[in-house]
Design a protein around this ligand. Structure first.
Ligand SMILES: [Zn+2]
Ligand SMILES: [Zn+2]
Length: 380
């Protein structure tokens, strides 16, 4: 095993530097993960360009991580039922397993892993490398695993790159099925054909939705085609067609049962369309926007239509397990989402690609330590 670890460290807003760390010391309760794949998502785009003031110090980003247990203490192995050499997906939450949320399995709400309210929280991809253990993110050759890391064994039939899709897919399952409640024979409008929107298509299809409509823009052509391949019944280019008219047309004037907003940086428009596109009474709108304010929010329409709003907040243990099962089943061509690969020395570029700042059109990007020093780009 190497003595030194290479990691990409965010040292300031929009600035990454490769740094060398010592291998952390592993006691009987902890372990070391050899990182194979760290996925990136829209959150990385935000956290990279404007890191929250709550988080100080250098940060190894990377919160969607897959790798192999390289070295583990005895009690760690016993506690997790894992051995060295096992491939795992590591959740980014690191809960206390003692509080009201942890006790009911909702450790994603635990204060110990909430960087928004707790400056001393632990969360992969968010926690500063100044903390003990140091390697708190996936853009690194190795990652530190304390006793309370949450791990999922990856089935042997799934590659590390495919397992990198667990996060978007588990969010799809969590948000569409558990939070919003999409089920058998429901009609669904999914706004935005990125990795998140496409994952919701698969979750809704698997759950039995009778009609799935996906919106995007003209530059999303390839993604909208992929949405169809993954099970969408209709796609709408909102720059070419009036999306509300089209949804009402497709549902014989009724509107849809569910609207799932998977857009990014689209302002208030997706929510306003969602409110109008929902059926006359008791539709559900899933939102994940981070708009600080919403001028002229149509509260009246909302109450008159008896709309329920649910917010999208990460994923549960069960959703991750279901995502792994879904990936292992091979029922949907989910590998088509994994479009790009880069070494962790190209984090800066990869995040800009995902942000749409380059000409490359990436859906899901895998950052791989093994590609350090090699050219990255589209998966051949
Ligand atoms: Zn993410
Ligand atoms: Zn807790």
């Amino acid at each position: 095993m190497t003595e030194k670890v290479q990691a990409a460290v965010r040292i300031a807003a929009g600035t990454t530097e490769m740094r060398e760390f010592d291998l952390p010391e592993i006691d009987t309760d902890s372990a070391l993960l050899k990182v194979e794949v760290a996925g990136i998502c829209g959150t990385d785009v935000k956290m990279y360009s404007s890191p929250p003031a709550m988080i100080s110090g250098p940060v190894i980003m990377g919160h969607e991580n897959v790798g192999v247990i390289a070295h583990a203490g005895d009690r760690f192995k016993e506690r997790h039922g894992l051995a060295e050499g096992d491939r795992v997906f590591v959740e980014h939450y690191v809960g206390c397993f003692n509080c009201e949320w942890c006790r009911i399995g909702e450790y994603r709400h635990c204060e110990a892993t909430d960087w928004r309210t707790n400056p001393d929280s632990r969360r992969y991809g968010y926690t500063s490398a100044d903390n003990p253990g140091r390697l708190w993110g996936g853009f690194s050759e190795y990652m530190y695993l304390p006793w309370n890391a949450v791990l999922h064994r990856v089935p042997e039939t799934i590659t590390a790159e495919l397992a990198g899709l667990v996060t978007p897919l588990s969010n799809g399952i969590e948000w569409a099925l558990r939070a919003a409640g999409v089920g058998y024979s429901d009609t669904v409008l999914i706004q935005g054909p990125g990795q998140q929107g496409l994952s919701q298509v698969v979750a809704c299809k698997q759950a039995g939705a009778s009609m799935i409509i996906v919106t995007g823009t003209t530059r999303d052509k390839v993604r909208l085609d992929l949405a169809r391949e993954l099970g969408a019944d209709h796609v709408i280019d909102i720059l070419q067609e009036d999306p509300l008219e089209k949804v009402l047309d497709l549902t014989a004037g009724r509107g849809v049962d569910f609207v799932l907003d998977c857009t990014s940086r689209a302002g208030t428009a997706p929510v306003l369309l969602g409110v109008d596109a929902l059926k006359r009474r008791e539709g559900t709108l899933l939102i994940q926007g981070e708009l600080a304010a919403f001028p002229d929010f149509p509260v009246k329409k909302l109450t008159e239509k008896a709309i329920t709003i649910k917010s999208a907040r990460g994923h549960s243990y069960r959703a991750c397990e279901l995502a792994l099962e879904q990936l292992a089943s091979g029922r949907f061509p989910l590998e088509r989402l994994a479009t790009h690969r880069y070494g962790i020395d190209q984090v800066d570029h990869a995040i800009r690609v995902l942000a749409g700042e380059t000409d490359e059109d990436a859906i899901h990007i895998s950052l791989m330590p093994e590609l350090i020093g090699r050219p990255g780009g589209a998966v051949a």
